[in-house]
Structure formats: structure tokens, C-alpha cells
Design a protein around this ligand. Sequence first.
Ligand code: SF4
Ligand code: SF4
Length: 181
Amino acid sequence: MPIRDDDIIRIDVPELNRLESAFLPEIFRGFGTTFRHFFTSFGQGKTSRTIQYPEERREDYHPEDGGMEIRNFRGVHRLNRDEDGRVKCVACMMCPTLCPANCIHIEAAESPWDDREKYPKKFEIDELRCIFCGMCEEACPVDAIELTPVYDVVGRSRQEMIFDKEKLLNVYDVTIEQKPM
Ligand code: SF4
Ligand code: SF4
């Protein structure tokens, strides 16, 4: 379909004077902003949000201080335990089926307990592939998998960042008091 003339908006480029052509006013304005931030980054009235991590942490990102109440991010996963200390997961395969990053791998086996048919013999999450979308915890019918407020997990190899069942249960043990988002 041809474009009609009245659909076209013509813009006249304003003429620059000699000073503006050299971009000098904008350069000085940019320096002004840089210096203002430089001088307001210190002392009482500091406006900078830069902190010396890991010695300093933002309190609203700090789960131990109750910061998770207002956090707006998802941290590393945990596998929850039931009241008897067993893994809560019933190996229904909902989370690996829904996971958009395909980073959950479960091997189901016949449960050794009478109250469920299956349990995860093997449960692994590749934390480096995960995009922390939260779909797994949304999908879980028994609240077995959750994303915690813990964000500073590191590993020295890719393999270390593949969290197995024991590691995920251990995250639960150390974050048991922290309510996920
Ligand atoms: S948070 Fe999203 S990407 Fe990560 S394991 Fe869960 S479903 Fe997959
Ligand atoms: S959705 Fe929940 S119960 Fe199902 S496999 Fe995942 S963690 Fe286990």
C-alpha cells in the first residue's frame, strides 16, 4: 500500500551555530554532570549507590537482615524437605518439562516410602544455564522447589555450579528461616 503524503512527517534539521557545531556546550555540560557526581559521591550527602562489595552489602538485598521482604530478584534454588526431613519432591516432572532453559534434570525412582509413588533418585539444576524465571517453583504442585534470596553463590568450575540433590537440600538447610519471594 502506498504511503500517503499526509502520513509523512517532515522534520527540518535546525541549523547549528559555530559553537554548537564544535559540540563544545554539550561537552562542558557532560563534564559538569561528571564532576557533580564525583563531588557528591563522598561524605554525608552522598548520592552514589556504589558500595564496596563484598565488605559492604545493601541491606535491602541482605536476607539475614530481613531484606527479602522488599527484594525484587530470585536467587539460587533450594529443594525443600518435608516434616520428616525427606525431600519433598515427588518426581512429577512438571518443573523439567516447563523449564525454558532446560536446566533441570531428574531421574525418578520408585519411592521407598508409602506416602508417594516416586521420588527423585537424582535431581540436578545447572545454575549457570538457569535464567531464574521462577517457572519451576510456580509449577511445583507440592512446593518442593523454591528460589531463595541467596544471590552470591560462586564456583570455580562449571561442574561446581551444577547443583545436585544433596547440594539443593543443603541450601534448604541453611535458608530454612528465609521465606522465598
Ligand atoms: S528458574 Fe526458570 S530457568 Fe531456572 S530452573 Fe526454574 S524454570 Fe528453569
Ligand atoms: S515440580 Fe516439584 S514435585 Fe515435580 S519434579 Fe519438580 S520439584 Fe519435584
